[in-house]
Design a protein around this ligand. Structure first.
Ligand code: FES
Length: 206
């Protein structure tokens, strides 16, 4: 697999790796695509909402370590609002790209950062839990990467229909029968959604 020099540099010498004692917020997320995990710890200046310190621990692949390293670099010194806007594409670009089958690693890093920020906001009454809706399903589908090209399935227009009614999610995908990633994509969608208590069933047609 071809990695950029930046990925290799961050993998060999990850920045700000470790754990913060008494963090203001922490999040640990796992990638539905591979099962690897990342933890992100935050210290936040309460007055300014600036991330004054951030560290990560990674339990995964080289891209997992490199993307967690770059994402913590990108977030340090930013306000929570600014840090929330960092995207997985920016993280991958900042590393001079990732192989398509490894794009989900940058999704995991960004997801974990956003979760840590959300946990801080919930703890400090700055936010409430999001109400589950069809929009929540669409947001989750934007994190499902089609491994052949390294883009998410919404951008690639592979999602023809999304419905949510009475706890049942219905998703219609446009993926040819002979596509070898077809089952992986369906499996990953389920893994992204099944932890929501609001969902009783997930029906995927292709
Ligand atoms: Fe698991 Fe990269 S995060 S393969």
């Amino acid at each position: 697999m071809q990695y950029s020099q930046k990925v290799l540099d961050h993998f060999m010498n990850p920045h700000i790796v470790g754990k913060i004692e008494n963090p203001d917020a922490v999040a640990t997320e796992g990638s539905p695509a591979c099962g690897d995990q990342v933890s992100i710890y935050l210290k936040v200046e309460h007055e300014t909402q600036i991330i004054s310190d951030i560290k990560f621990q990674s339990y995964g692949c080289a891209s997992n370590i490199a993307t967690a390293s770059i994402i913590t670099d990108l977030a340090k010194g930013k306000t929570l609002e600014e840090a929330k806007k960092v995207t997985w594409k920016e993280a991958a670009d900042a590393l001079d790209g990732l192989p398509p089958v490894k794009m989900h690693c940058s999704v995991l890093a960004v997801d974990t950062l956003r979760k840590a920020i959300k946990n801080y906001e919930l703890k400090n009454n700055l936010s409430t839990l999001d109400k589950f809706s069809k929009e929540t399903v669409l947001e989750e589908l934007k994190k499902v990467i089609y491994p052949k090209v390294g883009e998410d399935i919404i951008t690639l227009k592979m999602v023809k229909y999304v419905g949510f009614d009475n706890g049942v999610v219905i998703i219609d995908l446009d993926i040819p029968k002979f596509d070898k990633y077809r089952d992986n994509v369906a499996e990953e969608i389920k893994e992204h959604l099944e932890h929501y208590q609001e969902i009783k069933d997930i029906k995927i047609t292709m």
